[in-house]
Write a protein that binds this ligand. Structure first.
Ligand code: ZN
Length: 284
């Protein structure tokens, strides 16, 4: 026989459990959206420039025609309600091209000028300590080399790509508990998603960012140049040329050809010209 008292007691316990559950649950997408308002800003920041790279090193089936090539990383930023900013680097670039030990790479890649990545980042008024997160698209040296410059950032990567990052860069991140490894693609934050798509390396990722005027896709090295997109030509280094082209087709179908950003094209800095030298304002 239930008394009124026992019914009330059970009810109170249930309500308490629900409230406790809500307090412990991770923030919902809507809650996070409120905490980090607005749309993303996105810049490309150049740290090196090459001239006279034979086209066949970049474009599948091309000849030796000399091409300009740029080396850059991306900076995505979004305000938080507390006045701070989430600052996400998409790849970190490398300091190798600006250092004496990079002589071989400089010669091989016809590098004409290079600066340390933190010098390049400073053009946006940002320092290493401002970077909250790093999202890696793949494990290649020119994309992960400067990882140690960001000792406070959480590093997001596909576990298989992460496993191929050199130990000296990978271990300090793991020891500090800063590695966020997830096999699945999808949203990392509202309006910012990674996609397991590209086929430049086995688990290369593209990044899709919601800007004020619509989404853009950072193809990273799934397209070295705009010519990969315009001529429907695979990148010279791909796990499969067909898979690479399918990935580019999907990206173009999603956001439009002019909103897919390649990984090494100097034209990014003329198409999205900013007042800052070596900075492309993709989403200002
Ligand atoms: Zn690259």
């Amino acid at each position: 026989m239930f008394t009124l008292g026992s019914v009330l007691l059970v009810g109170a316990v249930l309500v308490g459990a629900v409230l406790l559950d809500a307090a412990l649950a991770p923030p919902t997408r809507a809650q996070e959206e409120r905490a980090e308002g607005g749309s993303w800003r996105l810049h490309a920041v150049e740290f090196a420039r090459s001239e006279g790279v034979p086209a066949r090193r970049l474009l599948d089936g091309a000849d030796a025609e000399p091409m300009g090539m740029s080396w850059y990383f991306f900076v995505a930023r979004r305000a938080r309600v507390d006045g701070s900013e989430r600052v996400v680097l998409v790849d970190v670039g490398t300091d190798r091209l600006a250092e004496p030990r990079g002589r071989g790479e400089r010669r091989s890649w016809h590098v004409r000028r290079a600066v340390p990545v933190l010098e390049a980042l400073a053009r946006l008024g940002l320092g290493a300590e401002d970077v909250t997160d790093v999202v890696l698209t793949h494990h290649h040296w020119d994309h992960v080399g400067a990882l140690a410059r960001y000792p406070d950032a959480t590093v997001h990567a596909h576990p298989a790509e992460w496993a191929r990052v050199p130990d000296a860069l990978r271990r300090p991140v793991e020891r500090a508990g800063r590695a966020s490894l997830r096999r699945a693609g999808g949203a990392l934050w509202p309006g910012f998603a990674v996609r397991n798509s590209g086929a430049h390396t086995a688990h290369q990722r593209m990044v899709r960012v919601e800007c004020a005027d619509g989404p853009v896709i950072v193809a990273s090295d799934a397209a070295y140049l705009y010519r990969n997109l315009e001529e429907h030509r695979a990148v010279a280094v791909a796990t499969s040329a067909a898979a690479n082209l399918r990935a580019l087709d999907r990206a173009v179908a999603d956001v439009g050809a002019d909103r897919v950003i390649p990984g090494h094209d100097p034209a990014v800095f003329t198409r999205y010209r900013s007042e800052l030298e070596g900075v492309a304002a993709i989403c200002p």
